[in-house]
Write a protein that binds this ligand. Structure first.
Ligand code: TRP
Length: 455
């Protein structure tokens, strides 16, 4: 248990929840959740997402955090310590942040660009329907902003000043939540919002398909930073007397609550400003950047609120990208002899080069549509990580916890700090429901992809 002593611990009871929530809350909530909800039928996506979050998401998060706290190690080492044969799971998990970081930074670049737009007083131009597509289809503009975002992330990681950013974002995050609630209230009190609200909240079961479920599972992993070893690392910093189950609930409520609010600003916003919800199924990664400028344009003082909003979003995005880059650097640190600072430079350059594909995918490379008509390279990287690799990691984690080290190993760890109130739910999810569900979903998505069946 040497490592355990040497690991610095989060201070106090709330410290862990704040740090884990800081990694969880980011563009996943603000950018990704709303466009997926719009695309996959609104209410039905919401329903599937919430049911999955309180059952499957809960069980997986408990398992990951407990694995980390028990071993005091980060992902690969944690699996290796519990069972040598399972070290490979650490390697597969490592692929996820490596794939996510580049395209996450492309979106981070879009956010940075919008700060510039508002600060330089172009809020009216941004509300134009073509502003966003004109921007992302260019070659250099998006690359420059994406480069700035990668540089900012890398500088923080290089100089090791994450603590400073964390302190700032502890102040910024609550402001972002309050501002988002205000914007959502403004949107839903506009005439014409009711069609959007109905679409967002009332499930239409005819839209339920394996694609909806797969999208919801992928979003769950992405938004809560699950199925990539992140929560194992966070768990390794958690004190033994912190109530693990309660912390998981707090992180889930915070993350899901914020995603719901973000959806509430954006989905009904479409109905208000385009007058219908009919084209929502065609929504893509640009939705937030197309809808919000229209909202701000119609809001008193919107040009200032818009600027403030995107600055706050930038901080939420930066805390996530910093934590992603940290993870990628530590993955290579464990496997090479290179110095940390050298690795930060290499990872930043690599991130930039790989991200170029996603950025150019909306412009000169837009003829590459790997997932079918109208999809982009960014959609492709997003799909591979969230809908293929993460479900596989989650499936293997369930098998590992349920049948190799057994669920009692986790239960014992949870009980160090409190009673395990939902132990039955946890055991049934990890051993039976989640693995079976994941296999069904993966198989049906492969068959769907090959065009063999339509489920
Ligand atoms: N959960 C983050 C968000 O909602 C994104 C994310 C995915 C992340 N994996 C991560 C952040 C790993 C930090 C570390 O935006």
């Amino acid at each position: 248990m040497e490592e355990l002593k040497n690991r610095s611990k989060f201070s106090g009871k709330i410290g862990f929840v704040l740090a884990a929530a800081g990694s969880a809350v980011g563009l996943g909530n603000l950018w990704r959740f709303p466009y997926l909800a719009a695309k996959y039928g609104g209410g039905i996506f919401l329903l599937v997402y919430i049911v999955l979050a309180i059952t499957f998401g809960f069980a997986l998060m408990i398992a990951e955090i407990a694995l980390g706290r028990k071993t005091g190690l980060s992902v690969s080492a944690a699996y290796k310590k519990l069972n040598r044969k399972w070290a490979f799971l650490g390697y597969i998990s490592a692929a996820v942040p490596i794939i996510i970081l580049p395209y996450y930074s492309v979106i981070g670049g879009w956010v940075t660009k919008y700060i510039d737009t508002y600060v330089s007083g172009q809020s009216a131009a941004a509300a134009d329907a073509n502003y966003f597509s004109n921007f992302i289809s260019q070659t250099w503009q998006p690359i420059i902003w994406f480069g700035i975002f990668v540089l900012a992330t890398a500088l923080v990681v290089f100089f090791g000043v994450e603590k400073g950013i964390e302190r700032v974002s502890k102040v910024m995050m609550p402001i972002l939540v309050v501002l988002s609630i205000g914007i959502a209230i403004f949107v839903i009190t506009r005439p014409g919002s009711s069609a959007g609200l109905k679409y967002y909240f009332v499930p239409d079961f005819s839209q339920l398909s394996s694609k909806t479920v797969l999208a919801a599972i992928g979003q769950l992993f992405y938004s809560m930073s699950l199925a990539m070893g992140i929560m194992i690392t966070y768990g390794s910093y958690m004190k033994k007397d912190v109530d693990l189950e309660k912390s998981v609930h707090q992180i889930e409520i915070f993350d899901t609550g914020f995603a719901l609010i973000a959806g509430l600003m954006i989905v009904p916003g479409v109905a208000v400003f385009s007058g219908s919800v009919e084209n929502l199924n065609a929504s893509g990664p640009g939705l937030m950047f197309q809808v919000l400028p229209q909202v701000f344009h119609n809001m008193p003082g919107g040009h200032i609120i818009g600027g403030l909003f995107f600055i706050l979003v930038l901080f939420a995005a930066l805390t996530s990208s910093i934590s992603l880059m940290e993870t990628v650097v530590s993955i290579f640190q464990d496997r090479t002899k290179l110095k940390r600072k050298t690795l930060v430079v290499l990872v930043a350059v690599g991130t930039f080069l790989v991200g170029l594909l996603s950025s150019l995918g909306f412009g000169v490379l837009s003829f590459i549509q790997p997932l079918g008509e109208g999809t982009s390279l960014l959609d492709f990287f997003d799909f591979i990580s969230n809908s293929v690799i993460m479900p596989i990691v989650a499936l293997l984690t369930c098998i590992f916890v349920g049948y190799v080290i057994k669920t009692k190993t986790i239960s014992e760890e949870v009980r160090l700090s409190s009673r395990f109130r939902e132990e039955k739910l946890f055991v049934v999810m990890i051993k039976y429901i989640a693995p079976i569900g994941l296999v069904l979903i993966l198989v049906s998505s492969v068959l769907n992809g090959l065009g063999i069946v339509k489920i």
